[in-house]
Design a protein around this ligand. Sequence first.
Ligand SMILES: C[S@@+](CC[C@H](N)C(=O)[O-])C[C@H]1O[C@@H](n2cnc3c(N)ncnc32)[C@H](O)[C@@H]1O
Length: 749
Amino acid sequence: MTTTNFYKDFDFQLLNNPEFKEDAVREELINPILKGLGYKAFGHNRIVYSKTLSHPFVKIGSKKRQINIVPDYLFEINGKYTWVLDAKAPNENITSSDHIEQVYSYAIHPDIQADIFALCNGKEFAAYKKDEKEPLLFFQLSEIDQHWDEIQKLLNPDAFVAQQIVQEAKTEYKTSSKNDFDYLDRNSLQEIKVKKQAAKRHFGVHGYFTKQAWNVVQQYIINYSKQGDTILDPFGGSGVTAIEAMMTKRKAIHIDLNPLSVFMVNSLITPVDFNLLADEFDKLEEKFTKHLPQTKQEIKEALQKYPYPKGNILPKGSDVETVEDLFSDKQLAQLAYLKQLILKIKNESCRNSLMLAFSSTLTKINLTYHSSSSRGINAGNSAAFAYYRYRMAKEPIELDIWASFRGKYKKLINAKKEIEPLINNSTIKNAKILKGTATDLSFINNESIDYIYTDPPYGAKIPYLDLSVMWNAWLDLEVSEEDRKLEAIEGGMQEKTKDEYVDLLSQSINEMYRVLKFDRWMSFVFAHKNPHYWHAIVDAAEKAGFEYAGTVKQSNGQTSFKKRQNPFSVLSGQLIINFIKKKTPKAIQRVNLGNDIYDLVIETIEAVIAQNEGATLEQINDELIMKGMEFGFLDVLSREYKDLTPILMSEFDYDQDNEKFHIRKNMKFKTKIPLDMRIKYFLLSYLKRKETQGENPTTDDIILDIMPLLKNGHTPENQTILIVLKNIADEYEDNKWRLKKGGQLKLTF
Ligand SMILES: C[S@@+](CC[C@H](N)C(=O)[O-])C[C@H]1O[C@@H](n2cnc3c(N)ncnc32)[C@H](O)[C@@H]1O
């Protein structure tokens, strides 16, 4: 039986005292349960206290005044309400139909729609499933220990997350199993709210340099492919694409040059016998703690006896020279001892699972581990992941190795349990996790892939192979000279040039084109502030035969370290460029802007600022890149305006508090572009975007959407917008507009 200790100092006789009311029940008895279940006031598993809801049916008085209802606790998990709890005073009966009906009405409220509702009066706790008469759970609080496992199973946030996953897969099955999935009729996705930490399969098991937000990748996969399709990510990294493909009942091909990536993903998804794994873990604990090298003499002996990495050179810029220099002798000895114990385990899946937990432990047990000042000593990261450099911690923290390992093991078990409903012995054959290069996919047949979602390296930012040396060395994973040559990065130990990087990326785009079926999509993530790379990618994709199908802004839910250091030089968000492989692709229509695009840049910045009532550097940069992509002036932009900071600082006001740029006080909009040109520019951009989204705006939509962009002291007449509109677009059925086909798209200033 689990011992909760929640009420060890509480005298249950107090409940008979009439002074002990509902608020005391909340404070003394309910709150410890909620904390024990893992709910917090903020974050993904949050409690919403006393939310005011308007009563859906009841209104009173001749003026029909709205009645409000206020449930005591609502539990929001991943943005959805999952259950409701109401506190009562100890003298109130929580099984009386009046009270039950009241809480039931909260659960079925249109703004809540929770499946479970519960009541607690300090003495008893009852939880009901909507539409079921008998309680799912009923216990005396004084006997909570006897029921704790049952309570956890029903009300723990993880239980709801697991249900959500199965539910989402079912809903998606319903939508995409219809035979009418039309690959050509896909609307582009708008920015998706990131839920990074909400999936155990991607959070906490093993760090990596950059990870895509799993829910974004999942939405893209669902949007552009159907169940049973084959999804490829040739720059797979930590495996978000492959895992989400499997979680949505597709087949997955994951490729990465970094053996660490392949090891991580394989070890995570390979099915394992949980009982056997738990046995192996217990045996390991016993052996490890029995002979753990602790004294100087024991450490010395362990270092002679057990192998550990020796002589593996760290990348340039590291604070020390070799992998072994990253550890104290004690850390080296204990890690080496743990590793050799794990390697003796016979069952391969158990061994690999525990090696994965070991590799993840390395992230914490080394002298470059930086603890988090805000989230505590356990919540830090290794410098290679956090700063992209082997930077020694000023004051290294020596965490307890077994405690770290146990923590990682638990996270791995939770992750494996989360994926088990969809990734198991009967489906694992649908995943191919391979070490290889995106530049040569010759083992994949022509026209055999249904969708590609990929996130390649970002120029010079992260040399993955160099930086993975600590993990690869401990895992005995080889990286050859040939691998280094093929790595699509700029700089690194091989000092690759920008041209070499672009060339490797282009080769991989050619391969992606070859393996993709016709009328299928590729989504290409990019997060580099220098637009030159965008230009290079779109050019390479068009040359390969892809048709450009629009770019979407998408936050990845994190601010990079560099961005925090220097807010004006690095873009923190990312864009997703979508391409389609068509038999007769259209090339992007380029616009001749002349050489001076300064006004256009200012115009665009002013428009983003006006639209958002102040804009951040990221919003401005993303908008410029997208405009540049759409109109083909990205090359000029990248040549002339590498760094926007000088323009922004000289032309606009910067508000430190909200990190937004604003139009200078008392200043008119700056641009000198004539009004009809401005209208034309925005109309073109707007209609093109609508076209890629598969929407057909009406005259009213157009006027309403375009007008705010032109706020410039004098607002144009609707008539002026219409005249320009007729010039560049055709009107068809019901007052709807689309761009003239092959029409004149020249903008000259
Ligand atoms: C931006 S990361 C991908 C991160 C991934 N999207 C995730 O969510 O974890 C880029 C990956 O490309 C890999 N890579 C670099 N050059 C490669 C090549 N030529 N072929 C295959 N993978 C390569 C790196 O090892 C790295 O894992």
